[in-house]
Write a protein that binds this ligand. Structure first.
Ligand code: A2P
Length: 277
């Protein structure tokens, strides 16, 4: 099956990536990243406030390969937003990751007061060839509408919470119309109740796959890319092995119907408040 998607600026992004932020109880980040690499993950998703950029950067240095062989996504944090701040934050991120360009740089959360200025800095970074694509995260249709009143470059990606109990379909339909590629964060519901859902377990048995695979396959069939996270070597392999089989349209729809608007975190408009960041 197809493992890449073409973004609206013509570049190819892996459909599945690795969520590289790890819980603090993980003692050996390198072992987790090495395993992900060996299972075939080539997109690594991070953010300046995840606290793992230095560890990820150090690990990347141990790879014997060209920079073009993997994809790095990072994000501007809330307290880094603004024109000058974003340019400085970008340089700090490059330094931490020990690289001279990013593949994708995102505005982490929509912070209304500053996202125009932040976006202007991102457009410049893109013009200068320091980042291959720019985008947003946690932007809902109303945030995108506002951004577009002053954007010169269309966002290539919107990374939003998406999993069976929070399918985020209104945002996804909107993104599709604008040719902005949706990317799911917490595609497995952050290890939550979806993994015990009776319907998904039934489908896992029917297809001889794991519940994680069923969920990720459902996303991919809907045209949604994803960055599942797992420190477990077996699950890492399962999660990326979803390209040579498919769910029937009826089974895909059965998962659509599990939607109940249940987020794992607060809504974007609750998350970007100054005091929280
Ligand atoms: P683990 O690291 O032990 O595999 P999300 O990416 O939605 O935030 O979910 C991450 C959580 O889901 C982690 O707790 C991870 O635990 C768990 N997880 C990852 N892949 C699977 C899978 N295929 N089946 C069940 N749980 C999974």
């Amino acid at each position: 099956g197809k493992k890449f998607v073409t973004l609206n600026n013509g570049i190819k992004m892996p459909i599945l990536g690795f969520g590289s932020v790890l819980e603090t109880d993980v003692s050996d980040f390198d072992a987790v990243y090495n395993s992900a690499w060996n299972k075939g993950y080539r997109l690594f998703d991070t953010a300046s406030n995840y606290g793992n950029q230095i560890a990820l950067g150090n690990w990347l240095q141990t790879l014997e390969c060209n920079r073009e062989e993997y994809w790095l996504t990072s994000k501007v944090a809330q307290d880094e937003q603004g024109y000058e701040q974003t340019l400085a934050a970008f340089q700090k991120t490059l330094k931490e990751l020990q690289t001279d360009y990013l593949d994708l740089y995102l505005i982490h959360w929509p912070k209304e007061k500053t996202f125009f200025e932040t976006w202007k800095a991102m457009e410049e970074l893109y013009d200068e060839g320091l980042v291959r694509a720019i985008g947003v995260s946690n932007f809902e249709p109303n945030h995108i509408d506002r951004l577009l009143t002053r954007a010169r470059i269309m966002p290539a990606v919107d990374q939003v919470e998406t999993h069976p109990y929070f399918s985020n379909h209104v945002t996804h339909d909107y993104l599709k119309k604008l040719e902005i590629q949706p990317q799911a964060w917490s595609p497995l519901g952050h290890g939550g109740q979806e993994l015990n859902d009776n319907k998904i377990i039934e489908l896992a048995q029917k297809y001889h796959k794991s519940v994680g695979q069923i969920i990720l396959r459902w996303l991919v069939q809907k045209g949604v890319t994803a960055i599942p996270k797992s420190t477990n070597f077996v699950r890492q392999e399962q999660n990326i092995s979803i390209f040579d089989w498919s769910l029937t349209p009826i089974d895909e729809q059965a998962i659509d119907e599990l939607q109940k608007g249940e987020r794992v975190m607060g809504a974007p408009d609750e998350n970007y408040t100054e005091d929280k960041w």
